[in-house]
Design a protein around this ligand. Structure first.
Ligand code: GCO
Ligand code: MG
Length: 460
């Protein structure tokens, strides 16, 4: 701006405001750092009046939702803080620690609330504390969207696609059952299907087989299982032999067009992972998920050199120390972090941006133990991220849809935003209370009890 412009603007300001000072009405307020943020001009200063945790299990899955209430009547936000295996610990972290820390704060200051909450425990990172922070963070974005009268994807840059492509979960006790379920998905319009088959006699992940299989929903009577008393048995060798046969079968039966995905769920050795990837290459997977556990992140360097199969990784990650090296060294193709585990939307949008520069796509973790609020938050980011890869599809059952009004709609294998302000989703708290956590069990016994034949516990 030159001197003549300044003088012209000053005189406009004087005419409009009746004084020559840099009033908020003056265009100079835009040009030269105004005392008050112009963006919130006219909006009352908000305060966080209350923070609540809502624990509900409309379909038997323990969900943790955080509600941040402001001092403006009726204005609140919702966030997903679900860590289904340790839900009560998250509730304590929210109620006992973050709530007293944040009451009275201005909910507009999302980034500062994140940064100050992060160091507020001195020791930081990790599940529980990050789940609690994630719930609050998402709720603040929801509030900001409602305040701006815009869906959150608008605040993130606006849509770069009309909806998010989803993958459907098809599993089965045998190959035929997997095929039947995959066909149903394809007939319903899905272009992407994750396929999981039980390994006969073993507690396989992702397919209902032997009772007690983690992830198969089994409720084992194996609480007292130990190394000398293994009950829920897993061996990786039979699985590694079975998997290429499953893909051979499915490609013959389903053809080439459908995109197929698979979750290894970490239960193999490095050598098995390398061999598996090489054998599966010819079936052109969309991605192979979690071939190795997070403890073995460095193995990805070896795996990456030996296979062209697209690798997806990360639902178990908590902190930047775990995922940044994999992204920056281009060792994976899809980032799978759980948004309600890593610090919420504020962190996830940074991860998405980082990934864009390293050719990594997003495939946020989205099973049933991400609440509909968490799915809606992931979707907001996906609609606005150039490097979106895929949304993990979960079909919200009717009870869940009643508790959470405004769940994102799924049509023809795509998930659509509701277009309402914020995440566009609400929770019926009275109804949520009618679905308490499953009685008699404070946690899911099916994790940490699956063992090898010799009794060694497996990860996970
Ligand atoms: C996935 C996951 C889930 C997890 C579950 C743990 O890719 O969807 O692996 O099925 O096992 O979220 O609680
Ligand atoms: Mg997984």
């Amino acid at each position: 701006m030159d001197r003549r412009d300044v003088l012209r603007w000053l005189s406009i300001g004087a005419a409009a405001g009746g004084s020559g000072s840099f009033s908020q009405e003056s265009p100079l307020a835009f040009a030269w750092a105004p005392q008050k943020p112009v963006a919130t001009k006219g909006l009352p200063l908000l305060k966080i009046a209350d923070i609540k945790t809502i624990l509900t299990a409309p379909n038997g899955i323990r969900l943790v939702v955080v509600k941040v209430v402001t001092n403006e009547p009726g204005l609140y936000g919702l966030g997903c803080a679900t860590f289904t295996q340790r839900a009560y610990a998250v509730e304590t972290a929210v109620e006992q620690y973050l709530k007293p820390f944040l009451i009275g704060r201005n909910p507009d200051e999302i980034e500062d609330i994140w940064q100050s909450s992060y160091v507020s425990s001195y020791w930081r990172n990790g599940p529980v504390l990050f789940n609690a922070m994630s719930g609050i963070d998402m709720a603040l974005w929801d509030i900001k969207g409602k305040r701006a009268n815009m869906p959150v994807y608008q605040l993130l840059g606006g849509k770069c696609r009309f909806a998010a492509d989803l993958y459907f979960h098809a599993s089965g006790r045998d190959f035929q059952e997997v095929e039947e379920n995959a066909r149903k998905a394809m007939e319903g319009g899905y272009r992407h299907v994750r396929v999981q088959a039980a390994v006969p006699g073993l507690a396989s992940y992702g397919a209902r087989g032997v009772t007690g299989a983690p992830g198969a929903g089994g409720a084992p009577d194996a609480d007292v299982a130990g190394p000398a008393n293994p009950r829920s048995i897993w061996e990786s060798a039979p699985y590694v032999r079975m998997l290429p046969k499953l893909f051979e079968y499915l490609r013959v039966k389903l053809g080439d067009e459908v995109e197929l995905l698979h979750d290894v769920h970490e239960r193999v050795t490095l050598n098995q992972a390398v061999n598996l990837c090489k054998e599966l290459e010819k079936y052109r997977l969309f991605f192979l998920e979690d071939p190795l556990p997070p403890e073995e992140n460095d193995h990805f360097r070896i795996l990456r050199q030996q296979t062209s199969i697209p690798l997806a990784m990360g639902e178990l990650f908590n902190t930047q120390h775990e995922y940044v090296p994999l992204i920056a060294n281009r060792l994976i193709d899809f980032i799978r972090i759980h948004i309600s585990q890593v610090g919420g939307l504020s962190m996830a949008r940074k991860v998405a941006a980082l990934c864009e520069f390293f050719g990594v796509k997003t495939a946020w973790h989205g099973p049933g133990d991400v609440s509909p609020v968490g799915h809606a938050a992931g979707l907001a980011l996906e609609l606005a991220s150039y490097n979106f890869g895929i949304h993990e599809g979960y079909v919200f059952p009717p009870e869940t849809r009643e508790v959470f009004q405004g769940c994102p709609e799924v049509r023809n294998g795509y998930m659509y935003a509701t277009e309402a302000p914020g995440f566009g989703i609400d929770v019926d708290e009275k109804l949520a209370a009618k679905f308490p956590f499953p009685p008699g069990r404070t946690f899911d016994h099916s994790w940490g009890t699956t063992r090898r034949r010799d009794g060694t516990v497996i990860r996970p």
